[in-house]
Design a binder for this molecule. Structure first.
Ligand code: NI
Length: 187
């Protein structure tokens, strides 16, 4: 194995990257493919992981820190110090199951708002890892959910755009200080 990006799973006094929140237009800009996987990309991945752990997240996409690159980081086991996080560069969903499921989602860019979202239950995704090696991954459960949520961010989509219960969505957004007009429903 080549060197992995080792990041301690802990909260830093100050996260290295600043989050952007719903209503900020950077969240709506599509991310660009990464053509060269170099130390700059690996540093960004490291800082995104540190930011994610500092903010108690289990996934983070580069547009959330104002960077329009197709890079996401995921860790569904943030309490397991030895479990390696996933770094997905230029991820593409190859297959999605017909079968869908409902799960409550949240997002570091929309703090305190948690709402049900329907998505395919299983996916297969291709991506490059931080060493530039092509990878394929079949995911289900929470992992499939987080990867789909983060890939949405790369396309300028946030989870509230997919919420079917618009009444509940608007109530929750308003309650936590977000403008209902920031939602761009997807069909
Ligand atoms: Ni999110």
């Amino acid at each position: 194995m080549t060197a992995q990006i080792l990041v301690e799973k802990k909260k830093l006094a100050k996260a290295p990257l600043e989050l952007h929140y719903l209503g900020d237009r950077v969240l709506r800009q599509p991310a660009k493919r990464i053509t060269k996987i170099d130390d700059e990309v690996r540093l960004l991945a490291r800082q995104m992981l540190q930011t994610m752990y500092s903010e108690d997240g289990i996934g983070l996409a580069a547009p959330q820190v104002g960077i329009h690159k197709q890079l996401i980081v995921v860790d569904c086991e943030p309490d397991q110090p030895e479990a390696p996080p996933l770094i997905l560069i230029n991820p593409v969903i190859l297959k999605s199951s017909q079968k869908q499921c409902v799960t409550q989602e949240g997002c570091l860019s929309i703090p305190q708002v948690f709402l049900d979202v329907v998505r395919p239950e299983n996916i297969e995704v291709s991506f490059k890892d931080e060493q530039g090696r092509p990878q394929r991954l079949k995911a289900d459960g929470l992992l499939a959910r987080v990867i789909q949520h983060e890939i949405d961010h790369l396309n300028g989509v946030v989870f509230v755009d997919r919420v079917e219960n618009t009444l509940m969505r608007n109530q929750e957004l308003t309650k936590h200080g977000f403008a209902v007009g920031s939602v761009k429903p997807v069909q």
